[in-house]
Ligand binder design. Structure first.
Ligand SMILES: Cc1ncc(C[n+]2csc(CCOP(=O)(O)OP(=O)(O)O)c2C)c(N)n1
Length: 344
């Protein structure tokens, strides 16, 4: 029988220390600010393709990013801008990628979120929902074969993504292999226009953990403090050899599926429930309640985030675009990408 985890959690040193909280808050703020810039660039026709936002999900994403360590493996999904930055993605890479800069991580081959840097431990995102879990699990297995058991791996997925066969196959395999994998399910109530009621029939997604034989944890994803504690606990359990951990965070998608979607289908009354709280505002209130920051300091942080974003966007915009006539195009990968993927 699975251990009851709620009691054990209290014995842990809190993962939501002042220093870590403020660190995670900064990445949330920077992620939100970067995405606001992407939206204005997209609306001005300066970038093509879609712009997918993590608005409302920055707390859980950033918590995961700061809790992973150098050497760990991270597989971010579309709403993980905050987590990517917290894990170490340079801000300029966000804009390089969206502008199609030849110095971007895909050398201008992809316009939005399918970027990664395997050498640095973060996998390129795969759009096919559920597939990223197998990739992170496979990377952990590869490390194990090489005798390296120091790292854990983590990835996120939405409520809709949990309905895929790939999700089931990957978690089942990870559970059998007892891999140190943390899967963060962000239940933002909608999969594009499909509400939870048309997506799954179980009362709580975390109950699925029992069926897979993995440890499951629930968290209010609008609270950075709770995310740091619960995701922190899950990462510690994975590091300590207790196998895969499934964290289910609840919140509301505070935007359309992407900028081209006005989300007319969403039940607007949900915004008035606790699910609809904006995690960034909740985190700001918490900082003030604890007297870790006042209005003036918060304003300084916002200004600094804006300046960093403007500088990164301007620098990336000055870089040359990919040039198909000089690029050694290849159907699957260039030598450079193949080299980056090689396991060392
Ligand atoms: C296997 C698969 N089926 C369908 C899609 C198309 N698709 C992209 S995002 C999306 C909705 C995802 O919803 P959810 O997993 O709840 O994540 P959210 O967008 O809410 O963060 C769908 C259906 C896909 N990318 N992969």
């Amino acid at each position: 029988m699975l251990e009851t985890l709620k009691g054990a959690r209290r014995n842990l040193v809190s993962s939501a220390s002042r220093e870590r909280y403020i660190d995670a808050f900064h990445w949330m703020l920077l992620g939100r600010t970067a995405e606001e810039k992407l939206v204005s660039l997209w609306r001005a026709g300066k970038i093509s393709g879609g712009v997918y936002l993590g608005k409302g999900q920055e707390a859980i994403s950033s918590a995961l990013g700061v809790l992973l360590k150098s050497g760990d493996i991270f597989g971010p999904l579309i709403r993980d801008q905050a987590g990517r930055l917290a894990f170490g993605e340079p801000l300029i890479d966000v804009f390089r990628h969206h502008f199609g800069s030849s110095t971007g991580l895909s050398r201008g081959r992809d316009g939005n979120v399918h970027r990664g840097n395997p050498r640095k431990g973060y996998q390129a995102m795969i759009s096919h929902l559920g597939s990223l879990i197998s990739v992170v699990a496979g990377a952990l297995l590869a490390r194990r074969f090489k005798g390296d058991t120091s790292a854990i791996g983590a990835t996120t997925i939405g409520d809709g993504g949990t309905s895929t066969g790939a999700f089931h196959e990957a978690i089942n395999m990870a559970a059998v292999e007892k891999l140190p994998l943390v899967v963060v399910v962000v239940n933002n109530q909608y999969a594009f226009s499909t509400p939870n009621s048309r997506q799954f029939a179980c009362s709580d997604l975390v109950d699925r953990a029992i069926g897979y034989g993995v440890e499951g944890h629930s968290v209010d994803a609008t609270s950075l403090r709770d995310c740091l504690e619960v995701v922190g606990y899950a990462t510690e359990r994975a590091r300590a050899g207790h196998g895969p951990q499934m964290v289910v965070g609840s919140c509301l998608r505070l935007t359309g599926h992407a900028e081209h979607d006005d989300a007319f289908y969403m039940d607007k009354s949900l915004y008035q429930t606790p699910l609809g709280h904006d995690c960034l505002r909740v985190a700001e209130n918490y900082l003030q309640e604890r007297e870790w920051a006042d209005q003036a300091l918060l304003e300084n942080w916002r200004k600094s985030a804006k300046e960093q974003v403007e500088e990164a966007a301007a620098d990336a915009q000055r870089e040359p675009l990919a040039d198909p006539s000089t690029e050694t195009w290849c159907p699957y990968a260039t030598q450079r990408i193949a080299d980056a993927l090689l396991v060392r």
